[in-house]
Ligand binder design. Sequence first.
Ligand code: IFM
Length: 443
Amino acid sequence: MTDAAPLSRDFVWGVSTSAYQIEGAVAEDGRGASIWDTRCRTRGGVWNGDTGDIACDHYHRWAEDVALMRDIGVGAYRFSVAWPRVLPRGRGAVNQPGLDFYDRLIDGVLEAGIEPWLCLYHWDLPQALDDLGGWANRDCAGWYADYAAVVARRFGDRVKRWITFNEFSVFTLFGYAIPWAAPGITDRAAHLKAIHHVNLAHGAGVDVVRDLVPGASIGAVHNRQAVIPEHNDPANAEAAALLDEHWNLVFCDPQFLGHYPPRTADAIEPHVQAGDMARICRPVDWFGLNHYGPIFARVDESRVWRYGWGDAPADSPTYGVGWAVFPDAFRDELLTITRRYRTPIVITENGCGGSDTPDENGAVNDPHRIAYLTLYHAKMREAMAAGADVRGYFLWSLLDNFEWGSGYGNRFGIVHVDFQTLKRTPKASARWYADLIRHNQKF
Ligand code: IFM
């Protein structure tokens, strides 16, 4: 498992999930439609025509899932609230049964001795707001702030860890420029507007939670991955530099440093109003990092920004479903954030996909995931030894779940879910994680 000395007892060991990926019950108790319900019904939107209609049925089986977390020994649970469950049309009338569900969940998590970390937005925008332009409409920042206030008022007495957004660049880039996610628009101006309006929403969300939740600890979750030109080809270098801005900088820089990065600053200017940068650059308590591996970029004339995803070098080690393993890039990312933003870091996601299946005895062995996690943990420790102030680690994910465009074809859970019977089976990696947590709670 590990020979490393235990980390401080304050270090947070958790697991992460998100609402649309696990809850199911999409038409129950007054929930409204989200852009992902629409995406799943769009031909070619999701692999195999899979949908989140049932997912892990966590809406009904949450108590079993909390018991699984308690058995693993996690100290924290990062989950998201589904905006359309709380405000079915995105604004206006509040849906009490939706709030009641999260009440039950939060109380159950607390009773299990686990700290809830609540994420306000993990990609499931209410469809009614997308019909009004979604994130390309500046008003969306205000709708988000009103939604955040509803959630903060209801749960702020029990939830002290708040996250404004999950992975800003994934849902804006793939939602508005490269159509791999909902709502699937391909338009430069819409992408730039979405970036700026989501930044404004983040700043407003920080202020709302700060005002309404005494003692709140607030962060946002950024997916950061080094962007490397494919084949080290100079022709791909400018493509990589622009993708690096859109992927790694256009949210972190305004939120922490108060300005947009150079390639984006002029282009986004027409959408920026006086006072906006101060609205966006609000003090937060930590930097949430989601990291899996670096990105390889190449020129792709068919895409709106003329860059596309390239291939990792052919000899790169891969795991699970073929993603390349670059643990050094994880260490380097932690140190880059430390130098550039001078902030404590919480690793809010890290993990490994695969196509794990039970053996003839019903056991699920996932050595590739354990190997990946072991390597990445060693690199986290190296970064900490070199000065990164890492305060916690959340493994993605508790359960196999709906993996967006890949449907149920890519399993990230440390607990296997049979999507026919919905039976949960902890994998070997769940035992590995339980041991790691126990080892670190030793003194
Ligand atoms: O499943 C996703 C999650 O929703 C956001 N971060 C990456 C995970 C694995 O692709």
